[in-house]
Write a new protein. Structure first.
Length: 273
């Protein structure tokens, strides 16, 4: 039996596997290859759409499906299809309309399982397109006739994250959804009960891996559910305080080849499952 057989290692991308310049270090790449060669299953669970991770998929070659949309889908890149998705209730657009009418400075993006639509532009949405390479597909949110995976809001300097969340939670349909801050400038609405943690559990079931043999690594609020659900939850040193508190262990930062350190610590027994 190989050393990491039966182990699933899931990493967040931005702020965790990726360095600040959105690259993957050679140290991390070599460690991931070693982990896979010893029978481990490696993948990433991200807030991004599958389209926005092709560069990293082709570089890393995960040997398990990827988790995407902050828990909304499990995608088999090799087959080019989703293995599982969870769409949001259509009333999610009523919450979008509430924000559109009352908070002028908020950027609005609607994600279906195949497309990202920019419904209201702002500097945050421009920044988003730069870092992801997303096409500038413009459509009014009421004209989108595809199942909705999530809503993403861009919060700039003229509005506050607190005001946005307070307004959303005031809507009568708010209890049909979950809310998460996925970046300092990004706030999301997801289907109820959908997060990276529920996705990790579903992925382990698909791969027939014992949940106690799963490792999750993250840095931000949208990673907390995943850190708690895994057999071993690890926060990077640059993680927010809430993520560190939710984790079982805190490792080095994303700039110090955190995934390589974790694999080494698993290999030597410093970290145990």
């Amino acid at each position: 039996m190989k050393k990491f057989e039966g182990v699933l290692l899931c990493s967040d991308l931005d702020g965790t596997l990726l360095s600040g310049n959105k690259s993957v270090s050679e140290e991390n790449l070599k460690a991931i290859e070693y982990f896979k060669s010893e029978g481990g299953r490696f993948t990433f669970i991200t807030g991004r759409m599958p389209l926005f991770v092709s560069e990293f998929y082709n570089l890393i070659h995960p040997n398990a499906p990827i988790g995407c949309i902050n828990g909304g889908g499990i995608y088999d890149y090799a087959a080019g299809k989703y293995l599982w998705t969870q769409a949001a209730d259509p009333s999610i657009l009523d919450l979008v309309e509430l924000v559109d009418k009352h908070l002028d400075g908020i950027g609005i993006q609607v994600n279906t399982f195949e497309h990202t639509y920019f419904c209201k532009d702002d500097p945050v949405m421009v920044w988003f397109r730069v870092i992801t390479g997303a096409k500038h597909l413009v459509r009014h949110y009421r004209e989108i006739d595809e199942p909705i995976a999530k809503i993403l809001f861009g919060v700039g300097e003229t509005e506050s994250m607190k005001d946005l969340e307070t307004l959303l939670r005031s809507h009568p349909a708010a209890d049909r959804f979950d809310f998460v801050c996925s970046e300092k400038k990004l706030f999301e609405i997801l289907a109820k009960g959908i997060n990276k943690g529920t996705l990790l559990v579903r992925m382990a079931e698909i791969l027939k891996i014992d949940l106690s043999k799963t490792v999750a690594v993250g840095d931000y609020n949208n990673d907390i559910a995943m850190l708690r659900a895994a057999g071993l939850g690890i926060a990077v040193a640059n993680a927010c305080d809430a993520a560190k508190e939710a984790a079982d262990h805190v490792t080095v930062s994303n700039e110090e080849h955190a995934i390589a350190r974790i694999i080494s610590d698993l290999d030597t027994g410093i970290l145990k499952l």
